[in-house]
Design a protein around this ligand. Structure first.
Ligand SMILES: Cc1ncc(COP(=O)(O)O)c(C=O)c1O
Length: 371
């Protein structure tokens, strides 16, 4: 049998693209590291969740719904979002995680020869989707751990279709305040789409944090991404969305896969949005406490850290991040290595309840002290 001619079949940008391999299931990792429990501090999951009303929906999901296709475009959730944000249901597109809508936006606006602009040290999926789709991703170095708006503007040309701004940034927790965001959007001046990824917006308590949902009323080129994976703790159900003007969403809808969001996710998301303030407040309180504990531990160990907005902290470690990961895994604690985010020798730690944070601080201190 003749071999497949991959040279001929596979586009050059796929031939050179390096696949991302997700980590093994916890069960497998526990066997490998000889532990009977793993504290998951690697994916910024909300350890409190899901919110009670959403948990009820999950508990009571009727098996008779399983043979039926979900609603194809998340009708009730879009109506719920419209009511919550004072917009029209047509302004929302819901995806299988907000990761899916990244693909829809890039497909809608980019064609051969186009580029997108984002940061070098941010959520990598914007870069990946652009590159495996054959478009250039211009990666602008962070400045003082934050997106550099001046350098992003300077990198724009007539083939720039989308600028992705992660606000607050994963993994540094830095954010553009209202003034910076307005100045940036004024200068972009509708020449390109600006995606503001607000995956962690519900964690931000600062007064000067801009709300993308309001910005799009003044700047028609703004698209906001949000997710139910972080604050609302529905990561396993894979559900996120974008919001934009009717005109923009009408364009993006053409490239968006319908039926990609399952019924349980749609129902749980609607429930999660009902009376969400107490849940959000409880989560924020948990994060505040966790930040105090972990930053105090870093300071007592004399380690540099970056702790901004969001549900995570980054710590610079005096060894390769992969070695730190393995040493912590042997103690039942899973963190995120940051070499993949272009931060070699840093780890990112999700902030969760006090008892688990204490376990992390203890294990981390032991590793640093060589125990
Ligand atoms: C900044 C940012 N955007 C988007 C996502 C993707 O979220 P989802 O689970 O909705 O695909 C993440 C998840 O880590 C993230 O950190």
């Amino acid at each position: 049998m003749a071999n497949l001619d991959f040279q001929h079949l596979v586009p050059a940008y796929i031939q050179t693209f390096e696949a991302y391999y997700p980590s093994l299931p916890d069960q497998e990792l526990m066997v490998t590291y000889g532990v009977d429990h793993l504290h998951r501090l690697n994916n910024n999951e909300n350890a409190l969740g899901p919110p009670p009303k959403a948990a009820e929906i999950v508990d009571e999901f009727p098996p008779r719904m399983v043979p039926e296709y979900p609603n194809g475009d998340c009708f009730y959730l879009r109506h719920k979002l419209a009511e919550k944000f004072n917009k029209e249901p047509e302004q929302f597109l819901v995806g299988n995680g907000s990761c899916e809508v990244i693909g829809s936006v890039i497909k809608a606006f980019c064609e051969e020869g186009d580029n997108i602009i984002t940061a070098d040290k941010t959520f990598a999926v914007y870069e990946w989707v652009a590159e495996f789709s054959g478009f250039e991703a211009r990666l602008i170095p962070l400045k003082d751990h934050a997106f550099d708006h001046r350098a992003m503007l300077d990198a724009m040309d007539e083939r720039t279709k989308i600028l992705f701004v992660c606000n607050p940034n994963n993994p540094t927790g830095t954010y553009w305040d209202k003034e910076t965001m307005n100045a940036f959007l004024d200068e972009v001046d509708n020449r390109a789409i600006v995606v503001i990824d607000e995956a962690y917006c519900e964690y931000v308590e600062q007064e000067d944090y801009p709300n993308g949902m309001e910005l799009m009323e003044r700047y028609p080129n703004v698209i906001v991404f949000r997710t139910f994976s972080k604050m609302y703790a529905l990561a396993a159900l894979r559900i996120g969305y974008l919001c934009g003007t009717n005109e923009i969403v009408d364009i993006v809808r053409r490239t968006h896969i319908v039926y990609s969001v399952n019924t349980l996710a749609q129902r749980a998301a609607v429930a999660a949005l009902s009376n969400d303030s107490p849940f959000i407040e409880a989560t924020r309180a948990m994060i505040r406490d966790a930040k105090k504990l972990v930053t105090a531990t870093c300071e007592s160990l004399g380690l540099e850290y970056i702790c901004g907005e969001g549900s995570y902290i980054m710590i610079k470690v005096p060894m390769p991040d992969t070695l730190m990961y393995r040493k912590l895994m042997k103690k039942g604690v899973m963190v995120r290595t940051m070499t993949g985010f272009r931060f070699p020798n840093w780890i990112r730690v999700s902030l969760v309840q006090q008892p688990v944070m204490e376990i992390f601080c203890q294990a981390f201190t032991e590793v640093i002290e060589g125990r």
